[in-house]
Design a protein around this ligand. Structure first.
Ligand code: JB8
Length: 262
């Protein structure tokens, strides 16, 4: 897979030299290049921004500079390229987006700063037939798109075949197909700070371990992410799941889970 990042702060992306993403780059599994947007400026001061039409606070990134940069970076060797624009106004990035992006040949991240990038940039590339994803990593505001791009690149890169040593660790995790948060995990020592590892995990009884883990996952999801319980397909739940959910204040009505009145 090929990934390009265009930014006025290339140093922000230095973390991509590390860990699994860095290893994938060194082994050639991932061709990741970071570009300085200012390389496409033409003035002495390497200006990338200007004042907003219509007034308002802050500065907006100029479309002409972005256009030259993106024409160059999108127009490289790979046939099909997707433009990804981190923005707090985008769709919320989820594991489903990561999975879809991991199937692309070429991603180009356009990292904005200030009040963002002139809206005509996304409009222009869409009109030219380039698929454009405007994505937010959550409901909070960063100073620019670089950290959001880092988050998305890590989430995508670890799904590229061959990147994670054990592919089993890709299927059994939170926000996978199960639709539940992960169960709590423990390791040695069996007693620490006066706290014991739950006895069932030391029992060697695989069936009881699996049931306990599923109960913990359901209990946690109910407490922390009731939206995920509401999104479950009741047909995927067994009798034990439904009994536990009833104890936690959930019932099936009209084919979906809803809170029972307290
Ligand atoms: C200027 O919060 B964010 C984000 C914030 C930004 C820009 C891009 C993304 C550009 N501010 O995800």
């Amino acid at each position: 897979m090929r990934i390009d990042v265009v930014t006025i702060f290339p140093d922000y992306l230095a973390a991509l030299d590390l860990s699994l993403v860095g290893k994938a780059r060194r082994t050639g599994l991932l061709d990741l290049r970071v570009h300085d947007l200012r390389d496409w400026t033409t003035d002495r001061h390497r200006t990338v921004d200007d004042t907003p039409f219509g007034g308002g606070a802050g500065m907006v990134m100029r479309p002409d500079i972005w256009g030259r940069a993106l024409d160059d970076v999108l127009g490289g060797p790979p046939a099909q390229s997707r433009l990804v624009v981190p923005t707090p106004s985008g769709e919320v990035f989820t594991q489903r987006h990561a999975e879809a992006l991991a199937g692309e040949e070429h991603l180009v991240f356009a990292c904005g700063r200030y009040e963002g990038i002139d809206a005509r940039v996304a409009e222009h590339y869409r009109a030219a037939g380039v698929p454009v994803s405007e994505l937010s990593i959550g409901d909070y505001v960063l100073n620019g798109g670089e950290v959001a791009a880092l988050v998305m690149i890590e989430a995508v890169a670890r799904l590229v075949p061959g990147m994670v040593g054990n592919p089993e660790s890709l299927v059994e995790e939170s926000h996978g197909a199960a639709g539940l948060l992960e169960y709590p995990v423990y390791t040695k020592p069996p007693e620490w700070a006066g706290l014991e590892v739950p006895e069932v995990l030391l029992s060697g009884h695989h069936g009881r371990v699996e049931r306990w883990r599923r109960d913990e996952a359901i209990t946690r999801t109910s407490a922390r992410r009731p939206d995920m319980i509401e999104a479950l397909d009741p047909a995927t739940l067994d009798k034990h799941d439904l009994r536990l959910l009833a104890e936690l204040g959930w019932a099936v009505a009209d084919g979906r889970l809803a809170r029972t009145p307290a």
